[in-house]
Design a binder for this molecule. Sequence first.
Ligand code: GLN
Length: 192
Amino acid sequence: MEIGVLALQGAFQEHRAVLEKLGAKVREVRQVKDLDAIKGLVLPGGESTVQGKLLHELGLFEPLQAKILDGLPVLATCAGLILLAQKLDQDSTQHLATLPVTVKRNAFGRQSASFQAAIQVGDLTNFPAVFIRAPYITQLSPEVQVLARVEDKIVAVAYQNQIGLAFHPELSLDDRIHQAFLAKVAAYSSKD
Ligand code: GLN
């Protein structure tokens, strides 16, 4: 069971390390053929504008979007969440648009551009969440489940096969989110 990690830019190595520590086989996704065998996909943090541009340049945009719409489990963190969002707050940019939420980029302001907070994420208590120039979710469709909030702002959601996090679980020493994602991927891939 291979897990893809989009490896165009940003914190993909860190996700790879956590997934491998948990025993997963990882494929770095840089071209369309890398999508063939994967049973799950991580979209890492970084710079969403750059990542979005590279997705188009490498011809990955449409095949990736189709896979997500077809049910491929996705764990998107920070810039990854921005790539999935259907809308960006006060910004007409749209990337994959598979997740029915509106996301505000760099939303916590300059004072708190980077911070860590112990938060509840779904069933997981006390998760050490690292926020770096993080977005948050300003609007969401009723079918989208809120998994976490910080300062009343929505910072983690789940919708069908997609999990979107405003923070970086790959940068804390806590691998429970990656474990839960691998369990979700295992359940999905045992369906074929
Ligand atoms: N601010 C970045 C963006 O807009 C996201 C930050 C991150 O991924 N740590 O893409």
